[in-house]
Write a protein that binds this ligand. Structure first.
Ligand code: KIV
Length: 278
């Protein structure tokens, strides 16, 4: 057996995760464990560790390419990394990020989303933004492109927001976010991803929609959690956001770290109060 033979084993009995699986998990209150990956080896590892959803995030601009924001990430880079990750996966659903400026108009979004699915092997695309994206989400969704709508802190807007800041704290902001989630669901979004908001805003958005809500820094009362792979296996240096938990400090290797993350999402011990915003 080769060095990585255990990671390359086929597991034909395991059913792939689909949007129907995620809808069922939400209905049955089974927490959805999601994580980012950027290459085939880690794709394979997080699959073996039991994650349900893998996101090829444009966070690769920071984690892989060394940029200080996600803004410089290109479509070609996203397609390349999605293709790499898709070769490593068997069970998880694969979502790929639409990078900055790749979905400003519906037709443009369709052409780029189709590339992520046809060339990159993605089964869903993620795009950032609230009301402004409703028309685009509808355009994609009615053309058979599954969509994850990312609201709350939208990192591609960093230069407009003036930094990476908790969202939804100002008067009326929580209500606006709930309205955005409802409008995006109505337009056909299959998942809402909610980043960096107080836990009660996470709970309010979750209660307002019927599709799965995945949180990152959105508290415990959502349907699933997502973290950046490199943050949880101890590969990120410098100051980390409050919601990050580094599982490498309590485990022996990256596979164990991701397994510990999955277990903590499933048993509800992550996120703990120290990972949440109020
Ligand atoms: O790009 C990314 O990795 C993301 C997650 C942090 C949600 O959008």
């Amino acid at each position: 057996m080769s060095l990585y033979g255990h990671l390359q084993e086929r597991r034909p009995d395991e059913k792939p995760v689909t949007i129907s699986t995620l809808a069922r998990m939400r209905a049955e209150s089974v927490p959805i464990a999601c994580i980012t990956a950027y290459d085939a080896s880690f794709g394979n590892l997080v699959d073996i560790a039991g994650v349900d959803v893998v996101l090829v995030g444009d966070s690769l601009g920071m984690a892989i390419q060394g940029h200080s924001t996600t803004v410089p990430v290109s479509m070609d880079a996203m397609v390349y990394h999605a293709r790499c990750v898709s070769r490593g996966l068997q069970r998880p659903l694969l979502i790929a990020d639409m990078p900055f400026a790749s979905y400003a108009l519906p037709e443009m979004a369709f052409n780029n989303a189709a590339r992520l699915m046809q060339e990159g092997g993605a089964q869903m695309v993620k795009l950032e933004g609230g009301m402004v994206q409703v028309r685009t989400v509808e355009f994609l969704s009615t053309r058979d492109i599954p969509v994850c709508a990312h609201i709350g802190l939208t990192p591609q807007s960093v230069h407009k927001l003036g930094g990476f800041k908790v969202q939804g704290r100002e008067t009326g902001a929580a209500e606006r976010m709930v309205d955005e989630a409802k409008a995006l669901e109505e337009a056909g979004a299959d998942i809402v991803l909610l980043e960096c908001v107080p836990s009660d805003v996470g709970a309010a958005v979750r209660a307002a929609v019927d599709v799965p809500v995945i949180g990152i820094g959105a508290g415990p009362k959502v349907d699933g959690q997502i973290l950046v792979l490199y943050d949880i296996i101890g590969l990120t240096s410098g100051r980390k956001p409050r919601f990050v938990r580094d599982y490498s400090v309590e485990t022996q290797n990256p596979l164990q770290a991701v397994q510990a993350y999955v277990a903590s999402v499933k048993d509800g011990s992550y996120p703990a109060p120290e990972h949440c915003f109020s």
